[in-house]
Design a protein around this ligand. Structure first.
Ligand code: FEO
Length: 173
């Protein structure tokens, strides 16, 4: 059974994950319209992942005797100057999500809710991976600079790049 305090904190996280999904969906649309098919595909996948993060929390709250709350969401940014700016915003957003998860973990310890604490460990690991992936992508973008050919190849290879980066994280390479 989750306490009211934990239920409220988890519901706030549900909203953050839902907003993350919308933010990446908006980025996907921008990228698709600008002709960056690879980046768009990556962002559509990210958006789906965030929806899965949200659903996992919803199921947990409902199964633990609480009720998940579906909230009104903020409208995401729809325009970006460059691919670089977009990925900088993605990294900034993931750092914000990590801070929010950390705060949530802190509350579970204060409340002595070890079941929720244990459940949240998956999110702690996921955030390490997502931040690392965003930094890997930004490193590549910084290497490319203003090289249009480089950007073309980056767009073509982004899905592969992220698969490699998350595999490296899992094996500690
Ligand atoms: Fe669900 Fe990317 O945080």
């Amino acid at each position: 059974m989750v306490s009211k305090i934990i239920e409220k904190a988890l519901n706030e996280q549900i909203k953050i994950e839902a907003e993350s999904s919308q933010i990446y969906l908006s980025m996907a649309c921008w990228a698709e319209v600008k002709g960056f098919e690879g980046v768009a595909g990556f962002m559509f996948d990210q958006s789906q992942e965030e929806r899965d993060h949200m659903l996992k929390l919803i199921k947990f709250v409902n199964e633990r005797g609480g009720q998940a709350k579906i909230s009104k969401l903020s409208e995401p940014n729809v325009d970006f100057k460059t691919i670089k700016e977009m990925f900088e915003m993605l990294l900034k957003h993931e750092v914000y999500v990590s801070d929010s998860i950390n705060e949530l973990v802190h509350i579970t310890l204060q409340e002595k809710d070890y079941a929720t604490h244990n459940f949240l460990q998956w999110y702690v690991s996921e955030q390490i991976e997502e931040e690392a992936m965003a930094r890997t992508i930004l490193d590549k973008i910084n290497l490319i600079g203003d090289d249009k050919g480089g950007l073309y190849l980056f767009d073509r290879d982004i899905q592969q790049l992220t698969v490699v980066s998350s595999a490296a994280i899992q094996t500690g390479a």
